[in-house]
Write a protein that binds this ligand. Structure first.
Ligand code: AMP
Ligand code: ZN
Length: 114
């Protein structure tokens, strides 16, 4: 998607602070971090929202979680704990319409979220 911010990161025309990358996913630090660790994990393929995830994306969606686990290991928060969140559409506050897991950790989280 030519006008998608996260597709531009995958293409390399915008350079994020990359934490982890493989053939299918890219993980980079959020520009406006809400916790000591705040990393976004995206598929390299453009999928706009959770509602657009198709049955043949099942392996790819699993790889997002495997990458989130790797990010937690890299930042040393696997044992202390972390939260993984994906927002969908307006009521959840989705701002970038290319699905992404938020990996948040390094501080105590509260529940329920706002
Ligand atoms: P969401 O509201 O779930 O769509 O999350 C979008 C996230 O992308 C927000 O946490 C933003 O801070 C983050 N973001 C926006 N632009 C950039 C950027 N250029 N680099 C890194 N993160 C960004
Ligand atoms: Zn995209």
């Amino acid at each position: 998607m030519a006008d998608c911010l996260f597709c531009k990161m995958v293409a390399g025309s915008i350079k994020p602070d990359i934490v982890y990358e493989d053939a299918d996913v890219l993980a980079f630090r959020d520009i406006n971090p809400q916790a000591p660790t705040h990393v976004l994990v995206i598929p390299k393929d453009h999928i706009a929202t959770i509602n657009d995830i198709a049955p043949d994306h099942d392996a790819l969606v699993g790889k997002l979680f495997l990458a989130a686990k790797k990010v937690a290991d890299i930042d040393g928060i696997a044992t202390s704990g972390y939260r993984v969140v994906m927002n969908c559409n307006r009521h959840a506050g989705q701002e970038v319409y290319h699905i992404h897991l938020h990996v948040l950790g390094g501080r105590q989280m509260s529940w329920p979220p706002g």
